[in-house]
Ligand binder design. Structure first.
Ligand SMILES: [Cu+2]
Length: 106
């Protein structure tokens, strides 16, 4: 019985590491009305968690049509966006037009 449970645990561990290898979650913070990265290159399937680390409301959206828009993002809030399609995306904050970054999905 113990032996079965151990192999089951090992199998589960393998599945978990396979998922971890397949996709990475990157973090970009918004602080001082700036994104923490000017340009971030990721792999298709990866995600980016955008964290509002400011004391004002921000927004994160892609200028590429039909991609993503977090809506109003209050201080302390975060949104995880999965990037499935390869290509370059200009990411902006609708409230502060000077907040700019580029995400390159390879
Ligand atoms: Cu903003």
């Amino acid at each position: 019985m113990l032996r079965i449970s151990l192999s089951l645990l090992a199998a589960l561990g393998l599945v978990v590491s396979a998922i971890a290898l397949a996709a990475t979650d990157h973090t970009v913070t918004e602080k001082g009305k700036k994104f923490s990265e000017k340009k971030l290159t990721i792999q298709a399937g990866d995600s980016i968690t955008f964290v509002n680390d400011d004391n004002i409301t921000h927004n994160v959206y892609s200028k590429k049509v039909n991609q993503f828009d977090t809506g109003a993002q209050k201080p302390g809030a975060s949104d995880r966006i999965v990037f499935k399609n390869k290509g370059k995306q200009k990411v902006r904050c609708a409230i502060h037009p000077k907040m700019k970054m580029t995400v390159v999905v390879e």
